[in-house]
Design a protein around this ligand. Structure first.
Ligand code: PMP
Length: 373
């Protein structure tokens, strides 16, 4: 912990939902005797005869509830102690857990900065939390610090009500990094929990905020194996935070929240760093190709800068027409035109070279046909 650390004034327990504070966690059978590896296991009502899938498998047994082997791998790659890592069934599960731990339905507020990842709001609504929206600054898509300061220092919103802030960097759907100094200022000034969602950080040239974990007791960093690691189908999200926050997550998570398959395949994938870097390099070079090609198409008004594996693209006419044209030609992109500050915008993921070429050809044809009309 360095001298800027604000651990001493931070009271984690005061932020925790009251019914959660008093919960006696469910202790799964596999946690109680986890060091007894070669015993006869008659403690978890599993099927000792195996599953019909295959005689020689371990699917009849519950997975490691704390995913220790996988965490060890992630701990090595990220240079973070395993005790500061939590793994969820996608980061979407972790977003839900954060609401469960820190927000009180009907009483507390969450602060989000649209346009941003939709699940912060959806999950908040599921939990009956009041959503305070402070839009990003138009076109630059950066934090509006003046407004944020006003909201977090407003005494009618006393600090105990403003419980959670979500910042997504690089941001989805805009694709840009949020300025690191602005993020740090918000973490310092806010007495609640600040979640920095770094789902796309590996595509950015900017450094992760992970190395600040020991300086900010209210910081939770979210990452995922769904994007740069290409493992969206496994559903593995990562939270990195203080040991104290991680232990609250472990207390209330579902007992066996990450399947045997997901744990085993992820361990194997994380060992193949060469292929990870090879794919990452290809995505970055395709991102450049896509940007340069899109920029030259007349109907495209703007390709916003991207530190992610997608682009936000502004069309000079109702984007829904291009969106539907692409669907008719079997290309699915994301229409974001109804999202605040994203009028006439589509979000386009970087694909393989063949996929990107096909997309460009189709948009060029659409643009050309429109000019003739
Ligand atoms: N955060 C952001 C910013 C995302 O864009 C997404 C998914 N698109 C997620 C989190 C959820 O990721 P996961 O697959 O880990 O649930």
């Amino acid at each position: 912990m360095n001298k800027n650390s604000c651990y001493s004034d931070f009271d984690l327990v005061s932020l925790i939902r009251k019914n959660i504070l008093n919960i006696n966690p469910y202790i799964s059978a596999r946690i109680e005797h986890k060091e007894k590896k070669d015993s006869i296991f008659l403690d978890a009502n599993e099927n000792s005869f195996g599953s019909p899938f295959s005689f020689y498998n371990s699917y009849n047994r519950y997975p490691d509830p704390l995913q220790e082997k996988l965490k060890k791998k992630i701990s090595y790659i990220k240079n973070i102690d395993s005790s500061k890592i939590f793994l969820g069934n996608g980061s979407d599960e972790i977003i839900d857990l954060i609401y469960r731990i820190f927000s009180c339905p009907g009483k507390d507020n969450v602060i989000i900065f649209p346009p941003t990842y939709g699940m912060y709001e959806v999950s908040g609504r599921i939990h009956g939390v009041n959503i305070i929206k402070i839009p990003l600054i138009k076109e630059k898509y950066q934090l509006n610090l003046k407004e944020i300061k006003k909201v977090i220092s407003d005494s009618s919103n006393s600090f105990i009500k403003n419980k959670i802030i979500f910042i997504c960097s690089p941001n989805n759907p805009t694709g840009n990094d949020i300025i690191k100094e602005d993020i740090k200022l918000v973490i310092k000034k806010f007495s609640g929990i600040v979640v920095i969602d770094e789902a796309y950080i590996d595509f950015s040239s900017k450094k992760s905020i992970l190395n600040e974990i020991d300086n900010f007791p209210n910081l939770i960093v979210l990452q995922t194996l769904s994007k740069s690691w290409g493992l969206a189908g496994l559903r593995i999200g990562i939270a990195i935070a203080s040991k104290a926050i991680i232990s609250w997550m472990n207390k209330i998570k579902f007992p066996y929240n990450v399947s045997i398959n997901s744990q085993e395949i992820a361990i194997k994938a994380l060992e193949n760093k060469d292929l990870f870097f090879y794919n990452l390099k290809n995505i970055l070079s395709e991102r450049e190709y896509l940007k340069n090609s899109l920029k030259n198409i007349p109907i495209i008004d703007k390709v916003y800068p991207s530190s992610s594996n997608f682009f936000l693209v502004k069309i000079n006419s109702p984007s829904i027409h291009l969106y539907k044209y692409l669907i008719n030609n079997k290309i699915i992109v994301r229409d974001r035109s109804k999202v605040i500050l994203c009028e006439n915008c589509l979000r386009i993921t970087v694909g393989t070279h063949e996929e990107n070429e096909c997309l460009i050809n189709n948009i060029e044809k659409y643009s050309h046909d429109r000019k003739k009309k």
